[in-house]
Design a binder for this molecule. Structure first.
Ligand code: FES
Length: 340
């Protein structure tokens, strides 16, 4: 639309005077322009350096290494460097672009005329007439029962969607701390409930197991929560291959004659794990490939799991069957609540 047409629409739009552009030093001095060029490329170069630091830190720094910052406390070294390098990298790009726009790009002032947003009166009357005619023909105005029931349906429609949000919570609190494992409880075969002696498992063998009495608890509770929390794996290693013996109480180690017991639930997002590689003693979660070293207290050696596989300390009872020496010392299952 031309400027003449705009002026016909309304005389209240007075022409805006264009301010004179300020003459920048970089406009008149090639030396200053060169200096600005260098400064801006330096800012972009610093941003590139930050990206390199980010990648190196991500690959090189162990995830559990910490750094102490006076008055602020102890932080993850890796996260601190990742945050700083990413933040500074973004800052340098932004600063470079702003400097480029302010110092080297054209800064000629321009004015774009605007026309009134209000439609002409005849168009407005026509729209209102069409709307009223539509309301009549749709019977929306003349059928109060239909109109009210539609409004009621629309008002209640979002409620099921809001209810679905409950699936996001509540946080599990201490529910995952409490499994049905108790001191002296027998570790029995999954499905058959047969008690297990260490000699039933050959070296390199692995079996799925559960606490004695789990089927009765399930029958009584009518849900699968206990099974989901309490299932375990028994694996037998050559005792010489066990590189770290869990022994926080200064008592006997957590294995019995090379038999180790671990939660079967992946601490990433809770898939059941059972892919065991005998040669490396690694247990692989099929969902996202978290890998745990069973010879080293279930330590995470690969993948997204944020913590080690919980281990259950075991021994044998007077009949020689495997029993729990205690419950789990840490929560089983996914770790999301720790980050809440
Ligand atoms: S659930 Fe096991 S790696 Fe994701």
């Amino acid at each position: 639309m031309s400027q003449i047409e705009n002026q016909e629409h309304s005389s209240e739009y007075a022409p805006v005077p264009i301010p004179h552009s300020e003459v920048r030093r970089s406009d008149v001095s090639p030396k200053q322009a060169k200096y600005q060029q260098r400064l801006i490329s330096l800012l972009f170069g610093l941003s590139m350096l930050c990206a390199v630091i980010f990648v190196v830190a991500y690959v090189q720094i162990p995830i559990d290494e910490t750094v102490s910052i006076p008055f602020l406390g102890t932080w993850s070294k890796m996260n601190t460097i990742l945050g700083l390098s990413f933040g500074l990298g973004s800052f340098f790009i932004g600063a470079g672009v702003i400097q480029w726009a302010k110092q080297l790009m054209s800064h000629r002032e321009m004015v774009q005329d605007r026309h009134p947003l209000r439609s002409p009166d005849d168009a407005r009357e026509d729209a209102i007439a069409q709307f009223q005619q539509g309301a009549q023909e749709s019977t929306f105005a003349t059928q109060p029962i239909l109109r009210r029931s539609l409004i009621g349906a629309m008002a209640l429609f979002p409620i099921p969607l809001v209810m679905l949000l409950r699936d996001l919570g509540p946080l599990p609190g201490d529910k995952l701390f409490n499994t049905m494992w108790r001191p002296g409880m027998r570790v029995v075969m999954d499905v058959t409930s047969a008690p297990i002696r260490p000699s039933d498992i050959p070296i390199g063998g692995i079996v799925s197991a559960m606490p004695d009495g789990l089927p009765e608890v399930q029958e009584h509770d009518g849900n699968l929560n206990e099974r989901a929390k309490s299932v375990v794996l028994l694996v037998r290693l050559n005792p010489d291959d066990i590189v770290s013996q869990q022994n926080p109480e200064g008592e006997a180690s957590w294995d019995y004659e090379g038999v180790l017991c671990f939660s079967k639930i992946c601490p990433h997002v809770g898939c059941p794990i059972a892919l065991y590689e005998q040669r490396t003693h690694h247990l692989l979660c099929p969902c996202h490939q978290s890998t745990f070293d069973l010879a080293d207290s279930g330590r995470v050696v690969f993948g997204p799991a944020a913590r080690d596989l919980p281990q259950l300390p075991i021994t044998v009872d007077k009949d020689g069957y495997i029993i729990a020496r205690n419950g789990f010392a840490e929560p089983v299952g996914p770790s999301f609540w720790e980050r809440a």
